[in-house]
Design a protein around this ligand. Sequence first.
Ligand code: ZN
Ligand code: ZN
Length: 747
Amino acid sequence: MEIGKEGHGEARVAEVAVPRDVDRTFDYLIPEELRGRVEPGMRAEVPFRGETLTGFVVALKGQSDYRGRLLPLGKLLDPEPVLDEVGLALARRIAAYYVAPLGRVLAAMVPSGVARPRSRARPRTGGRTRAHAALAVPLNAALRALEELRASAPQQAALLQELLASGETPPASELLARVGCSEAPLQALVRKGLVRVVKKPAPRPLPPEFREPREEIALTDEQHRALQAVREGLRRGRGQFLLHGVNAGGKTEVYLQGVQDALERGKGAIVLVPEISLTPQLVARFRARFGDLVALYHSGLTEAQRAREWERITRGEARAVVGVRSAVFVPLPDLGLIVVDEEHEPTYKQDDPAPRYDARWVARRRAELEGAVLLLGSATPSIESYHRARRGGLQLLEITERAVGGPPPRVEILDLKGEDRLLTPALAQRIARRLKAGEQTLLLLNLRGFSRAVFCRRCRETQKCPHCRVALVYHYHGQRLRCHLCGRDFPVGRCRRCKSRDLAFLGAGTQQAERALREAFPGARVVRMDSDAVRRGQHGPLLEAFRKGEIDILLGTQMIGLGLDFPNVTLVGVLSADTLLDLPDFRAGERTFQLVSQAVGRAGRGPKGGEVVIQTNHPEHYAISLAAAQDYRTFYEEEIVFRRALGYPPFSHLVKITVEDVNEERAERGALRLHEALRSAPLKGLEVLGPYRALPYRVRGLYRHQLVLKTRDAEATAEALRALLREEPLPASAGVKIDVDPQSLVL
Ligand SMILES: [Zn+2]
Ligand SMILES: [Zn+2]
């Protein structure tokens, strides 16, 4: 649907998306007194099935196709649109790809507390405007014209081509600079009706104190090369990069100077981090460098605080935003750069509620829509991103040398041998040595890890699905082992490989680790830090206490390690690498590699050096041994062979579908019907796995059945799925949750 500015004055009908699970928009009549004032991107109250909802106007029309009587639009909540055309276009793409209702997507993009601006005038630009060039004809016509111009007017052709390639409306002066020509050819294109010049608010210049880095920071050659590539991208208004940099290689400095460059060009920048309170040093550095030009945007903010930051951003007071995944939506005018730090982190994907979007996917589309540069960074890139870099979809930038820190730490892998006890004598001995020397210990465990894998003590194999090669999950009910990808199940009792009965049901150990530590070291100051034990926003003070040496042993999830330097930590232990390695998921190896790498990256940051201990039942597994050796590239080569052989991402997309109902039989029937309908859908290369009972099977009184789709074409599958859900209504009480590119197949 096109959003036209034309004819708003006569528009009588507003097309509105509502925040409900309906996959369509609704038409409302614009009352007389609101005519001429309603614009796409504004919110309005609308009557909907007996309640009053806040809906988003997504388009205006002269009349409606609806045959019945239209209800009138209620109170208009915004005097100005809260989302512009690009924002609305982005919302439509997210809705389409993630099979989410448009109204839900829009509600996720704009914090509900965002109030109407106090005055209609937008002070952000001080009234100055700048000329931008835009295509005035449809794409096909422009391409035809381009062919003709090539022979007759090469400069005009070059301009037109640059404009087409940029896919945006760049400032005219920038476009001319990119092509290197005078204004005359542009004017000629305007006269021919191919290009139009539109006025947009000009960005405010950067305050002088931020124009130069205040201290001269010497970059290594690798940092310098990476930064040059990003700068070149900013100059051209496009470019997508993967910065693969070792721990302590100085990625943050590249981000800082990249953002600096964007701001100097009058553009805005977004820096996404997995979790604000766990990355205090990165936040502090951005604050120190850019002061109040930085807005923080994270889950610890109240709705009102979030709305205030949103307004500071739209007014142009904040020019750079550091935030968690939802910050990818902030309405920065003239976006130049999006940085995604620790891009491999699963927290960039929203699990619940819909839209179940991935901020990395959104960042990529948004960068394309707005002519911004995308910079993904990680020491352990996701397999998908690294694969894309190998294939040329992302430009790979590498930092291989450590910029700071002492010698690399010693890494030791301890074999757990199927024991459920995680405080092994070997580890306890090492901790005791630290306590005596007044040094600190950091222990990582993964509570999001899964606790129902079955391990054979004789042949040392975790029980796996022979078809999918993911760990099988033990279901108490019926005593079965089930594959959460294909749904097949197997009897439990004997090892599937060697027939031994000596099986270990792993996972209980993690909960007991804290108690075991307290018992073993009664005088030590032990603190557990995870989302259960520490309320949101309290990570900061705890980490500070740890830094100051007020805690001897800190026990937490791998997130603790992100971007922190603890010089007095000389021992880092991974209590069990298997909580991730035995995940019933094809990403198990990748997650394990990341966890172990984090541990290795945390140790030895100070002059005392450090030691890393990894406890596992699979000491010879490549994800563990290669992470211990800090060899990402070899790990990638191994992992990609596995992914290719089984057709997993990046060679396919998965879609997890969960059907829920209060009635057990209806839930199952709904899943079966969906399964049949999908099987007969005319989609090439679509595999439909399941349905089977989800895990957990019953949540908040709802019975849950699950299907998994494996497809090469996510867009076509999403489209087919939407059409099908429209035609094939499930029992009215049933709910359907769709998760495209899920981070995990269980939970
Ligand atoms: Zn066995
Ligand atoms: Zn399977």
